[in-house]
Write a protein that binds this ligand. Structure first.
Ligand code: NAD
Length: 250
């Protein structure tokens, strides 16, 4: 089966920029019919681009229906749109924005596409979380907590749909060279840089395609993240002490 046939129609949210744009370009390079969803007023590299707020379930459902009518059944859905909001503890509006985008947008997407994928017995659903969803983004509590929720949701979906032919994946990168990082404040940038290499969006897209082919649930384009997570689970006191030392240095 060639790659275009294998993927079916591909949807990438946050597809106008950064990691989402690179994902859309990567699937398009395989010959897949790609639709990008991003905020109104944006443009994306997909054959179809829909301007919408993915936290609006009605708009998202309509866009999914439109893509299936135009491009055919969705075989890959990358729920990727995200924001860097809420420095420190943030305010209630920061929590609401992060929760609606980093968690509920994935729930709306799951409701819109997973039952049909399960009925067809095939498909890939990728949740873009972050290494902060396994570990921590010290600069932002709302980002950290809602990315943890996106990891937990991806795990829940993988169990719920895994025996029905749908492969669910969770993307958890550290720093990637995108407008999100460029727009971060100085302390957040220092934290990202302290974490290790800054990858290019294309490298992350390549890691996603490799995981879709291999069936690997957790996609960690920065391999050291797995070691950090293992160390955290093995000894939380030691891990928290290490994070406090890092915070002091930053
Ligand atoms: N860049 C990094 O270092 C990094 C690291 C870990 C995880 N991530 C995650 O990767 C994903 C992509 O981030 P990026 O770095 O490419 O950022 P980016 O800012 O380049 O792209 C994010 C895109 O999402 C879109 N978007 C935001 N809110 C939206 C909404 N409500 N509806 C529709 N579209 C919306 C934006 O318009 C933008 O085009 C995010 O979920 C982010 O949290 C990024």
């Amino acid at each position: 089966m060639d790659a275009a046939t294998m993927w079916g129609a591909v949807v990438v949210t946050g597809g106008a920029s950064g990691i989402g744009r690179a994902l859309a370009e990567r699937f398009a390079a395989d010959g897949a019919a790609v639709a990008t969803f991003d905020l109104p007023g944006t443009t994306g590299p997909g054959a179809v681009h829909v301007g919408l707020d993915v936290t609006d379930p009605d708009a998202l459902g309509a866009a999914v229906g439109g893509v299936e009518a135009e491009l055919g059944p969705i075989g890959v859905y990358c729920s990727n749109a995200g924001i860097a909001a809420g420095m420190g503890l943030g305010d209630d509006a920061d929590w609401e924005r992060c929760w609606s985008l980093h968690t509920m947008a994935h729930v709306h997407a799951a409701r819109a596409v997973l039952p049909a994928m399960a009925e067809r017995g095939g498909g890939h659903f990728v949740v873009t979380a972050s290494a902060a969803g396994l570990l921590m983004m010290m600069r932002s509590a709302p980002y950290t907590v809602t990315k943890h929720a996106s990891v937990a949701l991806a795990e829940w979906l993988a169990v719920e749909y895994g025996d029905r032919g749908v492969s669910v994946h969770c993307l958890a990168p550290q720093a990637v060279r995108t407008p999100m990082v460029a727009g971060s404040d100085e302390r957040a940038r220092r934290e990202l840089e302290a974490a290790g290499a800054i990858l290019e969006p294309g490298e992350v897209a390549e890691a996603v395609v490799a995981a879709l082919r291999s069936g690997e649930f957790l996609i960690t384009p920065h391999p050291q993240v797995r070691g950090y997570e293992a160390a955290k689970v093995a000894d939380r006191n030691a891990w928290l002490a290490g994070m406090r030392r890092l915070r002091g240095r930053l």
